[in-house]
Design a protein around this ligand. Structure first.
Ligand SMILES: *[C@@H]1O[C@H](CO)[C@@H](O)[C@H](O)[C@H]1NC(C)=O
Ligand SMILES: *[C@@H]1O[C@H](CO)[C@@H](O)[C@H](O)[C@H]1NC(C)=O
Ligand SMILES: *[C@@H]1O[C@H](CO)[C@@H](O)[C@H](O)[C@H]1NC(C)=O
Ligand SMILES: *[C@@H]1O[C@H](CO)[C@@H](O)[C@H](O)[C@H]1NC(C)=O
Ligand SMILES: *[C@@H]1O[C@H](CO)[C@@H](O)[C@H](O)[C@H]1NC(C)=O
Ligand SMILES: *[C@@H]1O[C@H](CO)[C@@H](O)[C@H](O)[C@H]1NC(C)=O
Ligand SMILES: *[C@@H]1O[C@H](CO)[C@@H](O)[C@H](O)[C@H]1NC(C)=O
Ligand SMILES: *[C@@H]1O[C@H](CO)[C@@H](O)[C@H](O)[C@H]1NC(C)=O
Length: 478
């Protein structure tokens, strides 16, 4: 805004000097075409998809309780059904505040006794119920149990909120070393869910360890301190649950996470976790993390606005929490080898962009951000492998994914305000049937045509400011 006012001021100065009125050139689009060539090579392969998700932390899982039973069910179905929102990750908070913790009474020393109890209030603040309901629609749910802090009595500050370190790591100053107790406590949360028939896939000891919010559950750690804890935690997890994966470390941004991983790596700690987890708040991913990893996948595990708006539209204002923008954020992450993308809350009551669904008493709304998720995760299912792709034009974005059964999903995003004609060229695959699914201001991942093609090449159009996913299959053999 400021800039355009300055330009106007400059223009009037110029004409005051007597150069006469400005005559714009006659616009010509004779030489403009809106054709893009997209290449896909199924022999050049990258990361394996984990999926998309959201969280029911801090009571968010209870926010649908004011809806009718039928609507409560529809919200969970909308998020997790493979044919609707197609999410597959649910991130639980391992509560550390009074009333939400599995360890209501702290022993005086790490010798115990530890009296663990499932948090009875609303079944772990409705997180158990949400997990049970999500499993109805996605039996392969990837549950990520993550702690924001250790119990206060395990920490340098004696408080679960507002920073502090786990006792026993470098730069801590405690009488006792509580690291093993913290490891057991985290494993116990997994066991309490297992006893209720729910499998946890990923376990985390940290949330934003580079950031002290002062007011709520938080614990700090740099990469050196993470080494001091993970070197005890990782083998204990593997002993208790060999197939349970360990995350590190949910930093506030990709750059913050890179610093932490670099420090961890300096001590030889690159193999003390299974999934590299970061948030997208304070910096986004500019290049793959691969140089700091020992081959582990990367997940973006939390992001939202945090501002006081509710954006449900696809592409009306151009603000960064419209669905269209989220399609491009995810595109960028995937091109940098990120294997999945989680929103912050699944649902919430205040009208902010912190959630995918906004609940207001007995009614609810779904943000078009969910349709950006669905444009990827409905077609590139967990286990799909990203393939080499490129696009001949900057404003047409493309990734491609091959599912375990050979089907190929090509989510394409057109940032132009014009229709593009795509010339799609595939190699090292025999697919020949395409179905297109369109998302724009008027369509929510709506089937928009099916056709057959030969020789690994087809032509199709993509609407302005749209995401279109082409789902490709081989013709059935007769
Ligand atoms: C440029 O393209 C627009 C939209 O297709 C068309 O309406 C217009 O006539 C074209 N202008 C010229 C100068 O060709
Ligand atoms: C353990 O905690 C439960 C629930 O908080 C309580 O009922 C029980 O008495 C406690 N057991 C011991 C041995 O403290
Ligand atoms: C907790 O969930 C169980 C089912 O797992 C249900 O029977 C029980 O009523 C729930 N309790 C509360 C307090 O919501
Ligand atoms: C230990 O360190 C924490 C965090 O730096 C500090 O808040 C606390 O006062 C210290 N405690 C002691 C006993 O020095
Ligand atoms: C919630 O619903 C009430 C009653 O229908 C309405 O007056 C209010 O504006 C709604 N609030 C939001 C944030 O949408
Ligand atoms: C698309 O989803 C939005 C909610 O994001 C809803 O308001 C709208 O009615 C849906 N449109 C279609 C065509 O299904
Ligand atoms: C292949 O897998 C995809 C993704 O899971 C699924 O949507 C599709 O129906 C499967 N196709 C066949 C022919 O099994
Ligand atoms: C494609 O089909 C040909 C002929 O049946 C076969 O030899 C080739 O292995 C197939 N390629 C792929 C990538 O499936």
């Amino acid at each position: 805004m400021k800039n355009s006012l300055m330009l106007t001021a400059l223009a009037s100065t110029v004409s005051a000097k007597g150069w006469g009125p400005y005559h714009p050139p006659a616009y010509s689009n004779n030489s403009l075409s809106f054709d893009a060539t997209i290449r896909v090579n199924a022999e050049q392969r990258y990361q394996t998809m984990i999926g998309g998700g959201c969280s029911g932390a801090f009571g968010a899982a209870c926010t649908t309780n004011t809806l009718s039973a039928a609507d409560q069910d529809t919200v969970v179905r909308t998020l997790f059904d493979e044919n609707i929102g197609a999410l597959s990750i649910l991130r639980n908070l391992i509560g550390s505040s009074p009333g939400t913790t599995i360890l209501p009474t702290c022993p005086a020393t790490p010798a115990g006794p530890f009296n663990y109890t499932f948090p009875a209030a609303n079944n772990d603040s409705c997180q158990l119920t949400l997990a049970q309901n999500a499993l109805k629609y996605n039996p392969d749910l990837y549950l990520y149990a993550d702690a924001w802090s250790a119990p206060g009595c395990f920490k340098t500050t004696g408080r679960e909120a507002g920073g502090g370190f786990i006792c026993g790591v470098r730069r801590s100053n405690c009488t006792y070393d509580w690291r093993e107790a913290y490891a057991n406590y985290l494993i116990e949360y997994v066991r309490l869910y297992q006893q209720r028939g729910i499998k946890v896939s990923l376990l985390g000891a940290y949330n934003e360890p580079d950031f002290n919010p002062v007011t709520y559950s938080a614990m700090l750690s740099d990469g050196y301190q993470a080494y001091d804890f993970l070197s005890i935690f990782y083998p204990m997890v593997k002993k208790a649950f060999p197939s349970l994966a360990v995350s590190c470390c949910d930093s506030t941004g990709a750059r913050q996470q890179r610093d932490l991983l670099y420090e961890l790596g300096r001590l030889g700690g690159k193999t003390l976790f299974d999934v590299n987890t970061y948030h997208n708040y304070q910096s986004d991913v500019k290049r793959p993390f691969d140089d700091l990893l020992a081959g582990q996948p990367t997940l973006e595990t939390e992001w939202s606005d945090g501002g006081n708006t509710w954006t449900r539209t696809w592409d009306v204002s151009g603000n960064n929490f419209e669905g269209f923008q989220w399609a491009i954020y995810m595109h960028n992450a995937f091109r940098n080898n990120v294997a999945g993308w989680s929103h912050w809350w699944c649902s919430w009551t205040s009208p902010t962009d912190a959630s995918l669904v906004q609940v207001n008493g007995t009614s609810y709304q779904v943000s078009a951000r969910l349709w950006a998720f669905a444009g990827y995760f409905r077609f590139a299912r967990p286990g799909a492998v990203r393939l080499f792709t490129d696009s001949s034009v900057e404003e047409v974005y493309v990734t491609a994914w091959q599912n375990k059964n050979g089907t190929i999903a090509i989510p394409v995003i057109n940032a132009a305000h014009y229709t593009y004609t795509l010339d799609v060229q595939l190699s090292a695959t025999n697919v020949s049937i395409a179905t297109a699914y369109l998302t724009d201001n008027d369509h929510n991942v709506t089937q928009a045509g099916q056709f057959t093609f030969e020789g690994g090449r087809f032509t199709a159009q993509i609407e302005p400011r749209a995401m279109k996913t082409f789902f490709l299959e081989e013709a059935a053999a007769y």
